[in-house]
Design a protein around this ligand. Structure first.
Ligand code: SF4
Ligand code: SF4
Length: 344
């Protein structure tokens, strides 16, 4: 499977680059009136954590010019963020419809995944991830972005059943095989490094990548950035996935800071590591606004709010880091719990 790389350091002229890459390489053929769904990353209302307005708009314009009817949709990490997401992503000024997969009753089971039923309404699905690091899966790009096709609370249950990086990535591979996307366009112009996917720092990675296959794209990008332990790549290669063909050249990559804690990323030792070196969320009261997003999204009910303060019951915590992912205020971070603290 081919992955197309294009060096890019700003958000101008994206429509031409995307349109030309699709046309020259015959990546997609649309019929007049086809319905296209754009699936950006609309996790939260933090500008660096979601797809850029310019990228969503450029993609929408490309497909509208091809004669398609275009809608934009995603399942946000926290439904309370929706107004902010609309504002930050500038969805009202993009010439396409938009909505959110926030009704978990409107679902259709495919291979056991409760996916948003409305995706059946579209002829073509275009995946629009942004390059970010991720405290559980190391990186989030094309395949992890598919997680947003699961609406609402059922997303939490996968963190309970697949709590470590390798089992969660294995689940993502099953999801990848269950959701047919036609094109993936990755924004790697300004990505996120460090404490991603919500509270990391910007990094100018300086490219966009386009492929018909989100897994091929993820593998190619992780290798370009020299990301050593990337569970999604390791597992897919073990399962015989063919290495992608890279089209286009990029300059040497910047050094990207991946989430801390190398033991987190050693393969297949999740349970042992959790016993020997627990890494739990730590609360920073000074940054907390009391928004309760962590309380509402913890899949095991380990977090409660008492008189405006967060209390984390570590014995119930499975280290999925959903709470850190949904906290918009940097009030939670991964913490290597020391032995003394564990037995207090
Ligand atoms: S406290 Fe945070 S890391 Fe622990 S189970 Fe809940 S959401 Fe996951
Ligand atoms: S820790 Fe973060 S998500 Fe939880 S209540 Fe405070 S600000 Fe909100």
């Amino acid at each position: 499977m081919k992955v197309f790389f294009e060096e890019k350091h700003d958000y101008s002229g994206l429509k031409n680059i995307i349109g030309d890459t699709i046309e020259k390489n015959r990546l997609l053929r649309l019929k007049n009136g086809d319905r296209v769904l754009l699936k950006p990353n609309l996790l939260t209302d933090k500008p660096l954590a979601i797809s850029k307005h310019e990228m969503i708009k450029a993609a929408a314009e490309v497909f509208i010019e091809m004669g398609a009817h275009v809608d934009i949709a995603d399942s946000p990490g926290n439904a309370d963020s929706i107004d902010g997401i609309i504002r930050v992503a500038g969805l009202d000024s993009i010439p396409a419809g938009y909505y959110f997969f926030d009704n978990e009753n409107e679902k259709k089971y495919i291979n056991g995944f409760p996916l948003a039923k409305r995706i059946e309404d579209y002829d073509v699905i275009v995946n629009l991830p942004r390059l970010k690091t991720h405290i559980l899966t190391v990186m989030t790009m094309g395949v992890k972005n598919l997680y947003g096709f699961i609406p609402g609370r059922p997303k939490k249950s996968y963190h309970v059943s697949h709590p470590d990086p390798y089992s969660f990535s294995s689940m993502l591979l099953s999801l990848y095989r269950s959701v047919k996307t036609h094109l993936t366009i990755l924004d790697g112009i300004i990505g996120m490094q460090g404490n991603g996917p919500n509270n990391g720092d910007p990094i100018e990675t300086g490219f966009i990548a386009i492929s018909k296959d989100p897994l091929a794209l993820d593998i190619a990008v992780a290798d370009y950035l020299n990301v050593k332990n990337f569970p999604l790549r390791d597992l897919s290669m073990e399962q015989g996935f063919r290495y992608p063909e890279i089209i286009g050249e990029l300059p040497p990559p910047p050094a990207i800071e991946i989430p801390s804690g190398p033991l987190l990323r050693l393969p297949h030792i999740g349970r042992l590591r959790r016993v020997a070196f627990p890494r739990k969320p730590r609360y920073n009261r000074n940054n907390c606004t009391g928004c309760r997003a962590c309380v509402l999204n913890c899949p095991t009910g380990a977090i409660s709010m008492v008189y405006g303060n967060i209390i984390i019951n570590y014995s119930r915590c499975i280290e999925c880091y959903t709470c850190i992912e949904v906290c918009n205020f940097d009030a939670l971070e991964v913490y290597n719990l020391n032995l003394k603290r564990r037995f207090v």
